[in-house]
Ligand binder design. Structure first.
Ligand code: 26V
Length: 811
């Protein structure tokens, strides 16, 4: 914890402001005040950062490098203050100066360099590694434009580019002296030197990878780890261009633009793979720069390259950074002159891989032609890896060509990245128990059979520092007052909160805190989305990427049904509910965009119908992102986790909601199952098909959605309402949704689960009426959320995969 008192903080801040802006504090605007605060806090962090790096260099501890195309950090100021242990002092010091800390914190642009769960998980992991004293570094891309900003105009999603760097970024430090060169295209000359083959890369296009480092502050432990994001630049004139002919001036401009496009923008898709060249360039760009800089650092500090795997662990977040495998092989074989087998042992021992999805359409398969042209040497290495591996397969399954070609890394003119990732790493993990079982038994069963010891589960987690301490200070205070503060370092200790749930005063407090957070959320909704909602109603929330498998459509259909019921029977007795949605659709994903429009049309109709709008309201909150999630989640009563069973690898918002005392309505999918096991059936509302039922339908058929349409009057009516002009003048507006559900037989079992979902919602209504019982359920959820802290997850990775020394000081 930083030694600091209010007085000295105030003084330092006033001075900092003057120094930075050349005017006195009282003359400055809020943006300037934010910048001065950010800069001051950054100075504090820098001291810790230097100290940490010195310590790591001295002790030579094993370093973990978490490679990810995405890091969804959100805002950093509040987190840094919290982890430094000075947020309260800072708040009070600023108040003395008539400044509200939260007003300044809210001016920070979200660092939105990720699509959703996978990127946010990477951010939670960085926080946990730093807080657990694990030497853990992030490695990724410094996209100039992050995930697009979403505006809802006329009920439709409109994408606006996210120029998050336009006001500068106080947290990053450009390290020009640590730049690396990444080579694209060209040819490989093969020659023989002293009886060994030598591979020389010529005529390539060089790209300068410049790192920008951001400190990741651990919780009150004097540690700041590093997130290194690479930016692509044209190489300067000093570069030896003998093997790279730039040609004329126009050529040079073209080169510059093409280079800069590499780190220009985050791809906003997270479920449909398209074999775009630029994306492959992005992948190799950051992976090559990252691996090169690791080796350079390692050697500079006297490391013996043959022992690399004892000192370095590289983790690849999904298949996107899989090229780390052939890139490390390239460096070890071509540059360090190691034998292939030695290099392979080191590489596989160094690298580990997490799978985050079983959706077939998200699997990365690069075309050989494009890959070979862009990365000629890497292609040769992948070929060599594949040949040796296929020989192994042949020895194990002689004559079984079917199996061998199915398992091959290269087949049908494609390179299968998941296969390369499994073959080239020592550990493959799924992100929740069910997901790992599906990987082992179905999706990757051939590989599991071949390498049973590589496969393991690491159920996801979330950092309770951001998602409880920072985003819900009121609940944190109640917890501290009732169970003490040991849960801050040992989140599992939240369990003892359960012993206090017989105490009516505690339950009442829980209710008050929820109400307070709902009021805050209601005012955000009014401000951002111009809809007035009642904090006394149930806040029923589904916020996440818009995707067919996540089934926002199921949620919307039950609202349409409820609307019908309320119109048919004005005395229909329900607890008033506010339905809140949020989430972005990939710009090219028609069905997802159509779903947003449907929700908005249903919202408009219902919110303007005075017959029902004291009972139900519907809101689509625009531009869902980390900082908005921090406001929504504490103000939620009901958390909708309703994906088609087997499709959601884990989910992580489910964990954030339970930690903030929401009741989950869930299918038995992903981590929902583990949440249910923790809180028991009495404290969660489960519905829908089981995994076995879903898998059996997919395998054997037997489901006909139209039968449900024909036999269930409620279903017939709402499905017809999609296309009869009730929600939009243009009757064809929601035809794609209609067709998905009826004509194309409802791939995600929306109608199949409909009845059971409605019953689940009726149960919620009943439970909510008994205030004490409801609060108790919320309390049980909070008490059992500790196991879903990413500290637990990271300890499992550290001891089970990375071989890091976990220092138990903090545990
Ligand atoms: C996939 C693709 C496919 C190709 C185009 C670009 C792109 C970008 C990102 C992704 C990642 C998809 C996988 C993903 O986000 N999975 C989510 O991971 C979460 C953390 O483990 C997990 O909680 C979610 O259930 C899972 O959907």
């Amino acid at each position: 914890m930083l030694e600091m008192d209010k007085k000295s903080f105030k003084k330092a801040y006033v001075n900092k402001f003057l120094e930075m802006h050349g005017v006195e504090l009282k003359e400055g605007n809020n943006q300037q005040k934010y910048e001065a605060l950010g800069s001051l806090v950054r100075d504090y962090v820098t001291r810790i950062w230097l100290k940490t790096n010195k310590k790591y260099n001295k002790t030579g501890e094993k370093q973990v490098y978490y490679f990810s195309m995405e890091f969804l950090l959100g805002r950093l100021l509040g987190d840094a203050l919290l982890n430094l242990g000075i947020r309260d002092i800072c708040r009070e010091a600023l108040l003395d100066l008539n400044i509200k800390l939260e007003d300044l914190e809210n001016l920070e642009q979200d660092q939105g360099l990720g699509n959703g769960g996978l990127g946010r998980l990477a951010a939670c992991f960085l926080d946990s590694m730093a807080s657990l004293d694990i030497p853990g570094n992030g490695c990724g891309i410094r996209y100039k434009y992050g995930f697009f900003e979403q505006k809802i105009i006329d009920g439709k999603q409109v994408e606006v580019s996210d120029a998050w760097l336009k006001e500068g970024n106080v947290w990053e430090k450009r390290k020009a002296e640590k730049a690396e060169i990444v080579r694209f295209g060209g040819e490989i000359n093969v020659s023989e030197v002293d009886g060994n083959l030598k591979f020389t890369h010529v005529n390539f296009e060089p790209v300068l990878a410049v790192p920008y480092d951001t400190p990741i502050v651990g919780y009150e432990n004097e540690i700041a780890n590093t997130l290194r994001l690479w930016s692509a630049e044209a190489v300067s004139n000093e570069f030896d261009f003998s093997s790279f002919n730039r040609g004329d001036f126009l050529q040079a401009i073209k080169y510059k633009n093409s280079v800069e496009s590499i780190s220009q923008v985050l791809y906003p898709e997270d479920s449909f793979y398209e074999g775009k060249m630029l994306r492959l360039k992005q992948q190799y760009f950051f992976v090559s720069a990252g691996v090169q800089s690791i080796i350079r650092h390692f050697k500079k500090h006297g490391g013996n390259i043959e022992l690399l795997d004892e000192k370095v662990a590289i983790h690849i977040n999904d298949t996107h950074p899989t090229l780390a495998i052939p890139e490390l092989m390239r460096i070890l074989v071509d540059e360090e002159n190691l034998e292939w087998n030695t290099a392979w042992r080191i590489t596989t021992n160094t690298i580990s891989y997490t799978n985050h999805t079983i959706l077939a359409e998200a699997l990365e398969k690069w075309s050989v032609d494009m890959f070979q042209k862009l990365l000629p040497r890497i292609y040769m290495i992948v070929q060599e890896i594949n040949e040796r591996y296929c020989k192994e397969l042949w020895n194990k399954y002689p004559g079984n060509w079917d199996k061998i070609s199915r398992m091959s890394i290269i087949s049908d003119g494609k390179i299968k990245m998941a296969h390369l990732a499994v073959v080239g790493s020592h550990s493959v993990n799924g992100v929740a128990k069910l997901h790992t079982e599906i990987l082992k038994k179905k999706e990757m069963s051939d590989f599991y059979y071949l390498y049973p010891n590589k496969f393991n589960n690491k159920t996801n987690g979330i950092t309770h520092r951001r998602w409880l301490l920072k985003s819900n200070p009121e609940l944190t205070k109640l917890l501290k007052d009732t169970i003490g503060d040991s849960f801050i370092r040992h989140p599992i200790d939240l369990k003892s909160f359960e012993n206090h749930l017989y105490n009516e005063v505690v339950l009442e407090q829980l209710g008050k805190i929820k109400k307070f957070n709902k009021e805050r959320l209601a005012s955000t909704i009014l401000k951002n989305d111009n809809i007035r909602v009642d904090p006394n109603s149930i806040f029923d929330v589904q916020v996440k990427r818009i995707h067919a498998y996540k089934r926002q459509i199921l949620n919307c259909l039950r609202i349409m049904d409820l609307y019908n019921k309320l119109i048919d029977n004005p005395n229909y007795d329900i607890v008033p509910r506010t339905f809140i949605f949020g989430g972005k659709a990939a710009p090219g994903y028609y069905l997802a965009k159509n779903t947003i429009e449907l929700i908005n049309c249903v919202a408009r109709k219902i919110n303007n119908d005075s017959r029902v709008n004291d009972k139900i309201k519907v809101v689509f909150m625009q531009n869902y992102r980390v900082s908005l999630a921090e406001q929504i989640i504490p103000g939620t009563d009901v958390s909708e986790q309703i994906s088609t069973t087997t499709k959601e690898a884990s989910g992580t918002s489910n964990m954030k909601f339970m930690m903030n005392g929401a009741i989950t309505v869930a299918t038995l999918d992903g981590a929902n199952i583990e949440i249910k096991d923790e809180v028991t059936d009495d404290n969660i509302v489960i519905f829908g098909l089981t995994a076995d039922e879903v898998l059996s339908y997919y395998q054997n058929g037997g489901y006909k959605s139209v039968d449900i349409y024909n036999s269930d009057q409620r279903v017939k009516r709402i499905i017809d309402d999609l296309v009869n002009g009730k929600y939009h003048n243009d009757k064809n507006k929601f035809k794609s949704i209609y067709e998905n559900l009826i004509t194309y037989n409802d791939e995600f079992f929306v109608l199949k689960d409909f009845d059971s979902y409605l019953k689940a919602q009726d149960k919620v209504d009943t439970l909510y009426r008994d205030g004490n019982k409801w609060q108790k359920m919320c309390g049980v959820n909070i008490a059992h959320s500790g196991i879903f802290s990413s500290d637990r997850t990271i300890q499992e990775y550290a001891t089970g995969i990375w071989g890091s020394q976990v220092i138990y000081k903090n545990l």
